[in-house]
Design a protein around this ligand. Sequence first.
Ligand code: GLU
Length: 303
Amino acid sequence: MPGTGAAPRYIGRFAPSPTGPLHAGSLVAALASWLDARAHDGRWLVRIEDVDRPRCPPGTAELILGQLAACGLEPDEAPWWQSARGLAYQAALQRLVDAGRAYPCGCTRSDIDAAWAARGVTHRRHAERVYPGTCRGGLHGKPARAWRFRAESVVSWHDRRLGAQQQDVGREVGDFVLRRADGLWAYQLAVVVDDAEQGVTHVVRGEDLADNTARQILLQRALGVATPSYLHTPLVLAADGHKLSKQNSARALDLRDPLAALRAAAAVLGLADTAAPRDTAQWLAAAVPAWSGIIAGFAHRSP
Ligand code: GLU
């Protein structure tokens, strides 16, 4: 809002990890976040989440930006790259350490499994291990490997589409990693620091990420930054019923026909198709009011 000095009411973002090109599922999140920003007269940012550099093949981020542009989804500012943001993440970690909220951990994966086995528990949550808190009281002579966040609370939050959500982070996740043993920054810390610094007010992303929200809210509270509003979009399922992901080698979007790709993404979001548009720009313009109708329907689910 040039001239007013007021912070924009709405800043949204699409934050792809460039581990592979966009696929049909990631376009749904990109489109929904773009539509939501436009429907609120807001700004739309793109952030390249390349903290896990070894998993990001060179050129993939540029490919993604090209795919977005082919669909008419152009960010309002130059994208941020998380690989250039290490100092900001380091400063945030230091604040958490100073506040007694983060601590070094010397456990390997097998240490964690052994700690649970000693308590007669063999459960695993997704592929992740719930951290049993072994190093909370100190490293006991082990060298520090990772840094963890002291996660004790039950977090309740509201998702604009999914409604009331709750997670007992301490029990269901445990003290989670902020900086990994290999020195890489963890997604949870990077996303919270960047959303805050970019002034993101609304997060719209795929439902597969909903499970991270409680951890991110805990970090926002510990760092004293605002919690954005959240909306998690439906997932695109592969023919076998599993989530479409880069891991199960979802095919990159075929952008010889960007309109067809946009229409398929819109169908997942429940948007009715608009009559024969000339091009992506015309299609997108017509989709904005249609999205407003969809979110008005979500609002009825509010508590
Ligand atoms: N970089 C994450 C991903 O591609 C998304 C992060 C987010 O939207 O919060 O899965």
